[in-house]
Design a protein around this ligand. Structure first.
Ligand SMILES: Nc1ncnc2c1ncn2[C@@H]1O[C@H](COP(=O)(O)OP(=O)(O)O)[C@@H](O)[C@H]1O
Ligand SMILES: [Mg+2]
Length: 185
């Protein structure tokens, strides 16, 4: 399958998951993340605000705030397909930019440089054993991760993992993937 066929297949699989199953697995994966060295040592990290069928990241964001960690979420600029991370202290600092996509308001949040983050939780639709991922097709994370050298972890349901995926020379793999069944890479 090529990348766009993988995207289509995974969207369908994710949509067929029930709400309760999504909740239970999202919590289980979050709890596994909390046990990792990467989480324990990350005082500032990047994460996306989940939507729709995606793994629910709200447990992680709330736990991070409880632990006093700095939470940074992406702000995308579609003209040049660039992205930056901005620090948020509460969901009030987000705004609905498109469909169910929420991004930080730029007038009340500060930009966090790549060097300030010790961990980025990289989203994706499907992941392979080498850590290669297929996202939504914008290439935003591939561009951003070029200038970042901290930990790159991904959280995914086991159904989002496979042996091998097509990848190009600009695709940047993640260090490790955490699923409800443990570390996949
Ligand atoms: N570092 C980069 N610089 C410029 N363009 C890039 C870079 N990384 C990815 N792209 C472009 O982004 C587009 C989407 O990348 P792709 O890997 O298919 O998407 P995704 O990673 O979201 O699944 C590709 O057309 C690719 O040429
Ligand atoms: Mg890519």
């Amino acid at each position: 399958m090529n990348k766009s066929q993988w995207r289509k297949a995974l969207k369908q699989l994710l949509l067929s998951m029930g709400k309760e199953e999504r909740k239970v697995k999202s919590e289980a994966i979050s709890n596994l993340l909390f046990q990792t060295e990467e989480w324990k040592t990350a005082d500032c990290f990047g994460i996306t605000v989940s939507r729709g069928f995606e793994l629910d990241t709200s447990y992680i964001i709330n736990q991070a705030w409880r632990e006093g960690k700095t939470v940074a979420v992406p702000k995308c600029y579609s003209e040049h397909k660039q992205m930056e991370f901005r620090k948020i202290h509460s969901y009030e600092e987000l705004e609905n930019v498109y469909m169910d996509l929420y991004e930080p308001k730029i007038d009340v949040t500060l930009c966090i440089e790549p060097s300030q983050m010790n961990m980025i939780l990289v989203p994706g639709l499907v992941f392979d054993k080498e850590g290669f991922r297929i996202g939504y097709g914008g290439g935003y994370f591939d561009r951003y991760l070029h200038s970042y050298d901290g930990s790159k972890l991904s959280l995914a349901y086991t159904l989002q993992t496979t042996d091998s995926l097509p990848h190009e020379n600009y695709d940047i793999p993640v260090d490790s993937i955490i699923t409800e069944d443990g570390r996949f890479k």
